[in-house]
Ligand binder design. Structure first.
Ligand code: SF4
Ligand code: SF4
Length: 446
């Protein structure tokens, strides 16, 4: 019964809370200093190529990709390198980082020149050079995704289904020309005949604008998506847009990826960033964030240099309201974002939101015993059974976790949202998945 439900009908009806949707992006003054980590992507960390005392400009290469699945890192401010040292990032990962004291001038490096692109290899090289990764949250290096030769459909993820976040909507309204330039170039050089721009129906202005712009673009269509979280989850989006399913296992025996069903998914801000880079030669050095929540004085959509500390972003948004006690800082959206223990962390390429909640709003109800209602199962877009997996995990039973596909969990949080007993269902799924993958690795002797 549940398996016959389409992915688009699963998930959760979360409140949208997109009060910043009409707020045009403001540009933050460069902060006094930035801290730029060398690991802002999936894959190998970049290797720093600058040292203390070096002068850098906006767009100067400061970290070289550490392999094919990796990404270049560039200075986001002009100034002087203060130090290169290890830091612990907000997700617990330890990596090298470059701290830069800004001179306030934001001088652009003259080496930033529009790339020459005339075929697929030169496009992929340009994408790798500019350090483009999935900026919607995934952080996967874009050139790796586009390297597949099985692609017939480019899907632009403009669902922005997380509550509060409105950065992708602002990208569509403010930078539509760059989006179209990016789409045109990827379709042409990668020889992808179809493109579908998927947008949740709660953004009618964006749907209208994109529809009017693609009218003269052969092969490009706009797909309004149901308002049911998580429409932006890659597999849900592919199924809703094309009716295809990403296979669990690829012919190679590896876990299936979108390319195995002919698709590649790019976030709308990622494709726009590519469009801008092709025109200006300025790599990925700044990020728009939605700063929201009941504790922030002035909610905004604000563009900040990558590496800006949350504390500086908060100050640029009027600080925490006087009468409010700050209870929680979340980087990203409330469903998939993580809690930060303090505001002393830098903004990364893949960050798109900073949510500040009062203690009252952030206090969670006490979880109650599971009543086996099955709502977590109905809500799961991946067709998983969290309640059964929880039992398998408690018994440390690898067979149950494997049979119940714990590795397919995408951490969307729909199960937690749906649970009437207020149990931390998705958090437990995360622990179960991590434990399962660790056992597999150990078994394989890695
Ligand atoms: S939704 Fe909550 S209470 Fe219901 S089965 Fe799942 S974990 Fe148990
Ligand atoms: S089990 Fe994982 S994929 Fe399914 S709803 Fe929960 S968090 Fe999302």
């Amino acid at each position: 019964m549940l398996k016959s439900l389409k992915r688009s009908a699963k998930g959760a009806s979360v409140p949208h809370e997109k009060a910043t949707a009409a707020l045009a992006t403001v540009k933050m003054e460069p902060p006094k200093h930035v801290i730029i980590p060398m690991q802002m992507h999936i894959g190998a960390p970049a290797e720093p190529i600058v040292k203390k005392g070096d002068t850098v400009m906006v767009g100067t290469l400061i970290g070289k990709a550490g392999g094919f699945v990796s990404a270049n890192i560039h200075a986001s401010v002009s100034g002087t390198v203060l130090e290169v040292a290890s830091i612990r990032m907000v997700n617990g990962v330890v990596c090298k980082a470059v701290a830069i004291e800004a001179d306030g001038n934001q001088t652009v490096d003259p080496a930033c020149q529009p790339p020459t692109v005339n075929d697929k290899p030169s496009l992929l090289a340009a994408i790798q050079a500019c350090g483009l990764v999935g900026v919607g949250g995934a952080g996967f290096p874009t050139h790796v995704k586009l390297a597949a030769d099985t692609l017939d459909t480019l899907i632009i993820n403009a669902a922005e289904c997380e509550p509060y976040l409105t950065t992708d909507a602002r990208e569509m309204l403010e930078c539509s020309e760059s989006i179209m330039a990016g789409i045109e170039m990827v379709m042409k050089q990668c020889k992808i005949p179809h493109c579908i721009i998927g947008i949740e129906r709660n953004k009618p202005e964006c749907i209208d604008l994109m529809c009017s712009l693609v009218r003269e673009m052969p092969g490009v269509t706009v797909k309004p998506l149901p308002m049911r979280y998580p429409q932006g989850a890659e597999k849900t989006l592919i199924e809703t847009c094309t009716g295809r399913e990403v296979p669990k296992t690829a012919p190679s025996g590896k876990p299936g990826i979108p390319a195995d069903c002919g698709c590649v998914v790019m976030n709308v801000t990622s494709i726009s960033t590519l469009g801008k880079y092709l025109k200006t030669g300025i790599p990925l050095v700044a990020k728009r964030l939605t700063v929201e929540g009941d504790a922030i004085a002035e909610p905004k959509n604000i563009e900040v240099p990558i590496g800006t500390l949350y504390s500086d972003v908060i100050a640029a948004c009027g600080g925490i309201k006087n009468e409010v006690e700050l209870g929680k800082i979340i980087f990203g959206g409330p469903m998939m974002g993580g809690a930060a223990p303090s505001a002393d962390y830098p903004v990364l390429k893949q960050n798109n939101g900073l949510l500040l909640f009062s203690r009252a709003a952030a206090t969670l109800p006490e979880p109650e015993p599971c009543i086996r209602c099955g709502r977590c199962i109905t809500a799961c877009p991946m067709g998983l059974e969290p309640v059964v997996i929880a039992e398998g995990f408690a018994a440390k039973d690898m067979e149950v976790l494997q049979k119940r596909n714990v590795d397919l969990c995408v951490a969307c949080g729909s199960c937690t949202y749906a649970c009437p007993a207020k149990r931390p269902v998705s958090q437990n799924m995360g622990l179960a998945k991590a434990w399962y993958l660790k056992q597999l690795k150990e078994k394989a002797g890695k």
